[in-house]
Ligand binder design. Structure first.
Ligand code: PMV
Length: 329
């Protein structure tokens, strides 16, 4: 095969963010905003094989580097980091000699916090597997993806990667061995709203870790309660008990607030959504900005959406429970 296009979904955290970092569990759902990658093999006769990238979302145009330099390196940074890291991990399993052109485009920019880095990792590795005719299982893809992410950033539970690789709504346990369980649910009555601020996940994970180290007797019980909320949330999702799930989302938001990752914009959106009839609302992800999610019935949806917009929220036209990484035709 000379060229292949694959896509992977973004994600939102239903429950368990931050707690999952400490060997805990969470529930994530894939969203139908997707990132697409086209991979093309290049045979260059006049020079050594190169890795070439065109990724306008991260301001990379006609970017190129000798392939050998990528595969010889261990750590990566900058806008090309995740792509380079995937190439180096894949190369360890399957060395190749051709040049490679990578072109990306996405339904969401890097700004919304929908997980563009995990989507790029899932899409890159799946695409490379297809291009070089390796039948990678989802479990293998996931393990390679974790390696690729760890070469770029030391933190990361892998939950967002699980959503990108497996799709749907997954219960994810960050233990050895990792447990990834798809939850049986056809759709989730959620609205996603962008708070207008971009959050730096790594900084917030660090901030919570520091708080945890400073006040372990106080923060450990918060994390334990989050984990209890995830377990109850799993049952609520599986039995489609939306009132209960809403209640649990509200509790998780309160616990995230206690960890210091809430913002004025997120809190405002969450409180307004609840006040006009949502079952529940919370921030999604590390906090400090990005998106909130609102669980709401079909009957109340229009009035919730209007209230969120009145408060300056950008309501995203996305569906949850989307398929995982796949070939695009
Ligand atoms: O900010 P996001 O959407 O990338 O989510 C981060 C979730 C954390 O649990 C805080 C970190 C992680 O690696 O799971």
């Amino acid at each position: 095969m000379m060229s292949v296009t694959v896509s992977a979904p973004g994600k939102l955290f239903l429950l368990g963010e931050h707690a999952v970092v400490y060997g805990g569990q969470c529930i994530v759902t894939a969203v139908n905003a997707r990132l697409r990658v086209t991979l093309t093999q290049h045979s260059e006769t006049d020079q050594a094989p190169r890795l070439m990238i065109d990724a306008p979302d991260v301001d990379l145009e006609e970017w190129a580097v000798p392939l050998q330099r990528v595969v010889d390196r261990g750590g990566f940074s900058g806008p090309s980091a995740f792509i380079e890291s995937c190439v180096s991990v894949f190369y360890r399993y399957h060395p190749f000699v051709s040049g490679l052109h990578v072109e990306t485009n996405s339904d969401f920019g890097a700004t919304l916090g929908l997980g563009s880095s995990s989507a790029i990792v899932a899409a890159m590795l799946y695409g490379l597997g297809e291009l070089f005719d390796m039948q990678l299982t989802r479990d293998e893809l996931f393990e390679m993806g974790i390696e690729a992410i760890q070469q770029v950033q030391k933190t990361g539970s892998g939950a967002d990667l699980a959503a990108a690789v497996y799709g749907g709504t997954v219960y994810y346990a960050n233990q050895q061995p990792r447990q990834i369980t798809p939850l049986e649910v056809e759709s989730l009555p959620l609205v996603a709203v962008y708070s207008g601020e971009k959050a730096g996940t790594v900084n917030y994970v660090r901030q919570v870790r520091t708080l945890h180290e400073q006040l372990p007797d106080i923060i450990n019980p918060v994390i334990d309660t989050m984990l209890a909320v995830v377990e109850a949330g799993r049952t609520a999702v599986e039995s489609r008990d939306w009132e209960q799930l809403g209640r649990l989302m509200n509790i998780q938001h309160g616990l995230l607030h206690a960890l210091g990752v809430d913002t004025v914009a997120l809190a405002t959106l969450v409180l307004i959504a609840r006040s006009v009839g949502a079952w529940g609302a919370k921030l999604s992800g590390a906090g400090g900005g990005d998106c909130a999610i609102v669980l709401v019935s079909d009957e109340q949806r229009a009035q919730v959406v209007e209230a969120l917009r009145d408060m300056g929220g950008e309501v995203l036209e996305i569906e949850m429970n989307a398929p995982g990484v796949r070939i695009e035709v």
